[in-house]
Design a protein around this ligand. Sequence first.
Ligand code: FE
Length: 235
Amino acid sequence: MLATYSSFSTGASAALNVWTNTRVLINYMIMAHDQEHNEHPYNDLPSEPALRVKALETILTRKGLIDPSALDKIIDTYQNKIGPRNGAHVVAKAWSDSNFRAALLDDANPLLAKLGYYGRQGEHIVAVENTDEIHNMVVCTLCSCYPWPLLGIPPSWYKSDAYRSRTVREPRKVLSEFGVRLPEYTTVRVWDSTAEIRYLVIPKCPTGIDGMAEEALIKLITRDSMIGCGLVKSL
Ligand code: FE
């Protein structure tokens, strides 16, 4: 992949590949971090990710294709400034405001733009709502498409072959491995993300939230519940 740089003649192609390789690098950095803190059956890490990170960063820096300080800023942005809290903010608003919820389900994008949750990897987002009858679950069977502005960087298990293939074949079994067991009468609907459409699951609202402040609601909403692989925390 890196060896092909010398053949690029246009700035656009080079810029695209720098971005692609930077994404790979950022993903490896986050994956290495995830592995340290979260052993998960769906982990699909390459061997020795820290070495791969170092190798990629060194080559891209030596070629003058990336600025390490800019990379640090990107990592900081996605780890600390953008993340599941944005998605949880949207869900909390949907739980507490029925007009907002209806508009979100109708067309999420104008509302998300107004809240400032838009940008790369989040150009077109569809909100789907979990109810007693329907449980929505999101996967990207092709790669790892995910609503970055709302949920941050995808967890490593989301990118694993096992999650991507099994979620469409046996979603209930996958859910049970995440500790989610649903009644038989609940239909599980799996949405396949693409680069054009990404999904935000609005988890089922727990009972007894009347009068609760938005901040308190946000604390109940987990990242996995907004992918459809988890439930919200109980009150
Ligand atoms: Fe994808």
